[in-house]
Design a protein around this ligand. Structure first.
Ligand code: 5GP
Ligand code: ZN
Length: 135
């Protein structure tokens, strides 16, 4: 897509720090990392989000993520990672080209995840009923 910043990176029109590249996938350092080594993994073809991504492309991405993540963690001395994929504006997706975030985590890095809440009485059963009726 001509107005997509990640398509421009893939086409070489915008420079980036490439972690890994093959015919179908590019992994590169996020320009504003949560922690050093924060890496984005994208299909070279443009898809808006995970629900648009064909299963073969999704499998390939996961396989590359499993291949490069140990190197990312070893490279920055991290002990774990968050694997995140934002879908839609309300989730925080800013770039409309599906991308996994590999976010290296270090003990005491202070990064906050979202805060959960408890279900009210009967709420979980109600929600479950609605979800299952749509499957
Ligand atoms: P989202 O919020 O869409 O899940 O994440 C988009 C990510 O892309 C952000 O973390 C942002 O820092 C990163 N990003 C946006 N523009 C560029 C860019 O031009 N180069 C690189 N390397 N990362 C970018
Ligand atoms: Zn794109």
């Amino acid at each position: 897509m001509s107005d997509c910043i990640f398509c421009k990176i893939i086409a070489g029109e915008i420079s980036t720090y490439k972690v890994y590249e093959d015919d179908d996938v590019l992994a590169f350092l996020d320009v504003t990392p949560v922690n050093p080594g924060h890496t984005l993994v994208v299909p070279k073809k443009h898809y808006n989000n995970l629900l648009d991504l064909p299963e073969t492309e999704a499998s390939k991405l996961i396989s590359i993520i499993k291949k490069i993540t140990p190197a990312v963690l070893a490279g920055v001395g991290a002990d774990g990672f968050n694997l995140e994929l934002n879908n839609g504006v309300v989730s925080g997706q800013v770039v409309n080209h599906v991308h996994w975030h590999i976010v290296p985590r270090l003990a005491g890095d202070g990064r906050e995840l979202w805060h959960g809440r408890s279900y009210d009485e009967g709420e979980a059963e109600e929600v479950l009923k609605k979800i299952k009726s749509k499957i």
